[in-house]
Design a protein around this ligand. Structure first.
Ligand SMILES: [Zn+2]
Length: 395
């Protein structure tokens, strides 16, 4: 087999982000001069060789997409390497909100925990305040699945996937969620997530969340919640079309009906994380941004008591840190973005609207000084306390 010395790298033009393969697009200066489908041994800088060939598949949002297919590997999950499901879903999503700061609403204990421990808690999605949320995304998925029923019933392995999607698997897969809002002073958020206004909203730089490749590697999904029903269905349609398109590619490569397990898992995972970032349009005013940990170490799961329930959670240690200083001009190198745990600097802390808010601001400033921190990032909610009370009374 031909051997070609390869230079791994990023290609912005083709959105190739893999760290150990060249860009797979034909004719790209960051790529390799080889014809489509011709197998070759890619020789990395360290002498490591891996047999590849260039393949392409039809993406529902990007047209023809090129990728490397590793020939020594039974399960092409690893070697389609340019990202499959996530970019497809992202293209449909096109987040409509992009406030540079996202806010985590919490009560006083939660804030102390974050300031002392530099991390947040992520809750098992099956124990979210509103369990209907998961149900809601699932219903949208079921509707779209029905459109593809004939296709899925055409082969045994497709039928298996169909059963997984329409069954209980998704509902019962544990995943861990933490919520933010694009709005730092939102009445609904104060009421629902910050001890009825007696809590705080911690503002973190959104850009770091979006840009951190490390989070990708850690299986942490994140995105602004989708509230428009047609967009929600379009996301599932796109994911299913992507899956079917890749399935076609695998069948062609293997000259048989072939369903790589990890590839199928990736598809199921993306459906699940899409479900978890969909909400009923009645919640649109929350302007929610969510992070969902899809991979985690079972040993890190802990339990906390809430009313009469034990709620499983993980903390974000190992996923990201929250540091209190809004450091000016902090820049991450490419290596840091890929390999180190990201740090999110607190940009501001908003004190909730409540009758003791002046005292709470004082408490917070003291707490910050005690920790040796600046107090300039503290501001008070501008929502009059009465509107909080008024809403509660009208319930
Ligand atoms: Zn390229």
């Amino acid at each position: 087999m031909i051997e070609i010395q390869v230079k791994p790298g990023k290609c912005d033009q083709h959105n190739h982000i893999c760290i150990d393969t060249p860009c797979p697009y034909p004719g790209c200066p960051n790529g390799v001069l080889i014809d489509d489908g011709v197998p070759f041994n890619a020789v990395a800088k360290n002498g490591f060789k891996y047999p590849l060939k260039r393949v392409s598949w039809e993406s529902p949002t990007r047209g023809e997409v090129y990728a490397w297919y590793e020939l020594a590997h039974d399960d092409p999950h690893d070697f389609l390497r340019c990202g499959t499901y996530r970019p497809e879903a992202f293209n449909v999503r096109q987040p409509e909100l992009d406030n540079p700061i996202i806010y985590h609403y919490t009560d006083q204990t939660g804030l102390e925990g974050i300031l002392n421990g530099s991390n947040l808690w992520m809750t098992d999605h099956r124990h979210l305040n509103d369990t209907g949320e998961v149900q809601f995304g699932l219903q949208q998925l079921q509707q779209v699945l029905a459109e593809f029923e004939d296709t899925f019933s055409s082969s045994e392995d497709l039928k298996k996937i169909y059963d997984l999607l329409s069954g209980e698997t998704i509902r019962f897969s544990p995943m861990y969620v933490t919520c933010f809002s694009n709005n730092g002073d939102n009445l609904t958020m104060w009421r629902s997530y910050a001890d009825e206004g007696k809590g705080f909203a911690i503002g973190l730089a959104r850009k770091t969340f979006i840009g951190a490749d490390y989070l990708e590697l850690k299986g942490v999904e994140r995105g602004t919640c989708v509230y428009a029903p047609e967009k929600q269905r379009q996301i599932f349609r796109t994911l299913i079309q992507t899956f079917l398109s890749l399935k076609k590619l695998f069948d062609q490569q293997h000259h048989a009906s072939f369903l790589p397990k990890r590839q199928a898992n990736e598809f199921l995972q993306e459906c699940l994380s899409s479900i978890l970032t969909m909400k009923h349009h009645a919640f649109a005013c929350e302007e929610e941004f969510r992070m969902v940990a899809t991979l985690y170490n079972q040993d890190n799961v802990k339990l906390r008591q809430s009313h009469d329930q034990q709620i499983p959670y993980i903390n974000t240690q190992g996923i990201f840190d929250i540091m209190p200083y809004p450091k000016e001009g902090t820049k991450f190198s490419r290596g840091e973005l890929l390999f180190s745990k990201p740090t999110f600097f607190i940009q501001e802390i908003v004190v909730g609207p409540n009758k003791d808010s002046v005292a709470m601001k004082g408490w917070l400033e003291e707490k910050l000084i005690e920790l040796g921190l600046e107090t300039t990032c503290v501001r008070q909610s501008t929502i009059p306390f009465n509107s909080l009370k008024g809403q509660r009374a009208s319930q």
